[in-house]
Design a protein around this ligand. Sequence first.
Ligand SMILES: Nc1ncnc2c1ncn2[C@@H]1O[C@H](COP(=O)(O)OP(=O)(O)O)[C@@H](O)[C@H]1O
Ligand SMILES: C=C(OP(=O)(O)O)C(=O)O
Ligand SMILES: [Mn+2]
Length: 538
Amino acid sequence: MKHAKIIQDLEKLGIKGDYEMMYNPSFEELYQAEVSSDNQGFEKSELTESGAVSVQTGIFTGRSPKDRYIVQDDVTRDTIFWDGKVNLPTTPEIFRSCKELVLNQLSTSKKIYVVDAFCGTNADTRLKVRFIVEVAWQAHFVTNMFIRPSHYELENFGEPDFIVMNGSKITNPDWEAQGLNSENFVMFNLTEKLQIIGGTWYGGEMKKGMFAMMNYYLPLKGMASMHCSANVGEEGDVALFFGLSGTGKTTLSADPKRYLIGDDEHGWDNNGVFNYEGGCYAKVIDLSEEKEPDIFRAIKRDALLENVVVNNGVSDYKDGSITENTRVSYPIYHINKIVLPSKAGHAKKIVYLSADAFGVLPPVSILDENQAQYHFLCGYTSKLAGTERGITEPEPSFSPAFGEAFLTLHPTMYSKTLIGKMKEHGAKAYLVNTGWNGTGKRISLKDTRTIIDAIIDGSIENAPKTRVPIMNLEIPTALPNVSEGILDPRNTYSNATEWEEKAKDLAAKYIKNFDQYCNTEEGKKLISSGPQLQEQTI
Ligand SMILES: Nc1ncnc2c1ncn2[C@@H]1O[C@H](COP(=O)(O)OP(=O)(O)O)[C@@H](O)[C@H]1O
Ligand SMILES: C=C(OP(=O)(O)O)C(=O)O
Ligand SMILES: [Mn+2]
């Protein structure tokens, strides 16, 4: 029997105890476990008016990059990009000691949830992942976010390719002596194909953890692995939306005119674009049915709200007092227009989303091939408060491939694979600012959506154009139904020299950041595609 086999597997891993084990619980079983009166502290969940359950994730309401380590050994030494920032090295010994802590924690649990799921739509490239957690809502989170195997697939699941053991309730007392950042840890061992977690309850570590693993395995097989959302039109035309957290991947990919492929993580192989996930993870801060009807309506039974303030069973999306990073996860079929399985053909339109808090970038720029490469390597945006610990103010950030925090290989691996696919399939790239302009206000969602429509239907190519100096970007000067006077950012300032000053400041940052790619001929040749400081605006 499957159940007995799973218990045997857990014992082999070192989880031995007198626990009750639930294997791939149904949504109904998860719900019952979540509202059980046995739950303590952050295990507690609450039913809300929409039918969704609401939880608090504890001290961590976002990922904790400084506590994230990868074991450096023969498998990873020459493959992982040891940049000293994202992929922090640890030793097999320290991993073993932290793993022991997690095993002890799980062994003394009353209840353990084991969820077998897929990461990746295609059988030939997906990871069969086994999540072992002791908190019901964490099991719910991974059930929402990863691809749920059918009964048949579950029966034939076989050995997992990767195991995630979450001991969020324990911390590491030896962290100082081991030279770690804190008592909390998120560690990967690629030899053992194991992720272990302690101290943080935040589910994003599991979601983005497996993304980082896909970012390792797929580019090594020549595929593009991308931090982007994706949707497809009636004609099979696929669009990708790259961007860091908060730039609009989830919001803009939920487009009632198109079919959603996925909202965050995709691969691109010889057959086309495919999702890694089986659900979406949307921000709910200030969410309204009027502005984002598809996401609003996806919040219903089986959806899981995180860190939202709930008053007498009613969620208040305006209240950011727990965190600005309030979230909901839901299975992808909560969005009406989707393709299943989550894949489609080759991408034709590539949109780089950047939420520029400094008001310099145009709402949309048309990129040529070299600029597509330049801006992909730059990955400029402003980091907004919330998704990462310690970020409380917008900060300019250059994040290669629009996802530096999840890259396990050198950034150029991701640009090579993506640009290769783009060339092969004649995809065109655009840079879209979903952030601020000289008015001090954020560019409206309505204007951004209209701009995206013009990119997707191709009409943007026929618009009158001009070049924005310093930033060295080509922009349309008029687009039907886009607010007058916003397309050229210089016009959103009462005095264009104000823009110029800010632009020079930002251009200098771009140029300085790009230095890291200038030690190769390939990199050097891209400099002229980026911002230029010597230029005069008039
Ligand atoms: N012009 C805009 N374009 C996209 N999103 C916008 C815009 N203005 C405000 N927003 C808000 O910004 C947030 C974008 O978040 P989200 O789509 O979840 O980003 P991501 O998926 O890239 O992390 C949403 O809360 C959305 O309502
Ligand atoms: C969940 C995350 O990503 P995003 O904001 O892109 O959805 C994250 O960065 O932890
Ligand atoms: Mn998102």
